[in-house]
Design a protein around this ligand. Structure first.
Ligand SMILES: *Cc1c(COP(=O)(O)O)cnc(C)c1O
Length: 392
């Protein structure tokens, strides 16, 4: 098999050719610094502001509310630390969930060491946050609620509108990590009462190393990167112009047909889920069956180590993930699956396949066939499976 099947689009995506095309001039002829006042610089600034306006429009924000960052992690860090530092006179309590991306979770843990208090709300068996739990966690000194829009491991789409309403009613800032959702679902920050929103280009066929933080006008927030006056003196550093232009193009392409694309992806996603369930016994779907990202499949396959499965798939030309890219390589089971109530054993045997439009029905058939064979072989070597069979 010489074809390479990439089913790890939640980790990163391939840059679209059309995105690369609009970026290239900014490495070549249009290399000006957007802060320079001569014409090369002015052209760079115009391109940057056009891109900013485009990014703003896609989430119904104003141009002045979009700040470019180096990606989703920086946007998450900035939103959480920046609000925590700027509002400590009001309080030092933050509410988040147990299933956030590490860019949020580890930032909250860092702030706990600095004297802040954090409530990590539970999720249900589908990985869903209950808005009531968020409301119950609110205290006098709560300054920020940060809940992701959709989970990167199990694909569960959170009740963001309800949480936004709660935050607004209590006059608390609401940040959402929307990295997995931007370019997939329509987002309106006004309708959803979102004060801060993180996005990243490389999850939607844009380049790596560029993202943005939406900061609603009037939100009190400190800067993390200090230096020159770029980004209205709130985020220093010469702008990643090629990345910025590429991100705007990636957004344009993503939103040009997202409704139809989602329908096609959901069809393929459900086909993949059903075929895995049919072909492999003792398998369970993780995440919500319906409130789920169109490209996300996450299954637990009992009596198997996720790492062994990934290796077998890789040898057969298939790229997948056993959790988030950050956790693979370590032997800790996914914090998301554990928060959903899975045992260590079952969490260890989990596999995430995140598909894109490039994946065909033939790809799906090949992946299921290959996976079923790998599982059969791995189970024959599994002492847990042997015990299970004897017990039956
Ligand atoms: C990928 C991802 C991030 C990190 O974004 P980077 O641009 O890679 O720093 C943050 N949150 C979620 C939900 C993600 O999927």
């Amino acid at each position: 098999m010489n074809k390479y099947i990439y089913m790890d689009n939640a980790a990163t995506t391939k840059v679209d050719d059309k995105v690369l095309d609009v970026m290239l001039p900014y490495f070549k002829e249009e290399y000006g610094n957007p802060s320079s006042t001569y014409s090369l610089g002015v052209k760079a600034r115009v391109a940057m502001e056009e891109a900013r306006a485009y990014v703003a429009k896609t989430i119904n924000a104003e141009d002045k509310e979009i700040f470019f960052t180096s990606g989703g992690s920086e946007a998450d860090n900035w939103a959480i630390k920046g609000v925590a530092y700027a509002n400590q006179a009001k309080g030092k309590h933050i509410i988040t969930s147990k299933v956030e991306h590490h860019a949020v979770l580890h930032t909250c843990e860092y702030l706990e060491k600095k004297g802040y208090e954090v409530t990590y709300v539970d999720v249900d068996e589908f990985g869903m946050v209950n808005p009531k739990d968020v409301e119950d966690a609110i205290r006098e000194d709560t300054i920020l609620i940060t809940i992701m829009y959709a989970n990167n491991e199990v694909g569960t789409i959170m009740p963001i509108k309800e949480i936004g309403e709660i935050a607004k009613a209590h006059n608390i800032y609401f940040h959402t990590d929307a990295v997995q959702v931007v370019g997939v679902l329509d987002i309106d920050v006004k309708e959803l009462n979102i004060d801060l929103l993180s996005m990243s280009a490389h999850k939607l066929h844009g380049p790596k190393g560029i993202g943005a933080l939406y900061i609603k006008r009037g939100v009190k927030i400190d800067s993390l990167i200090i230096g020159g006056g770029q980004e209205k003196s709130r985020r220093a550093g010469t702008e990643n112009l090629a990345g910025i232009v590429g991100m705007a193009k990636a957004l344009e392409l993503a939103y040009s047909d997202n409704t139809e694309r989602n329908i096609r992806l959901i069809e393929k996603r459900d086909l993949l889920i059903n075929k895995i369930m049919e072909a492999i016994p003792h398998t369970k779907l993780n995440g919500h069956p319906e409130k789920r990202l169109p490209g996300n499949v996450n299954v637990s396959i009992r009596f198997i180590e996720g790492e062994g499965m990934l290796l077998s798939l890789d040898m057969m030309g298939i790229a997948a993930s056993s959790g988030s890219a950050c956790t693979s390589g370590s032997l800790d089971p996914s914090h998301v699956l554990l928060a959903m109530g899975l045992t260590h054993e079952i969490a260890h045997g989990s596999l995430r396949l995140s598909i894109s439009e490039e994946n065909t029905i033939e790809d799906i058939d090949y992946v299921v066939k290959t996976l079923a064979k790998a599982v059969e072989r791995l189970r024959l070597m599994s002492p847990l499976y042997e015990d299970f069979i004897k017990g039956e």
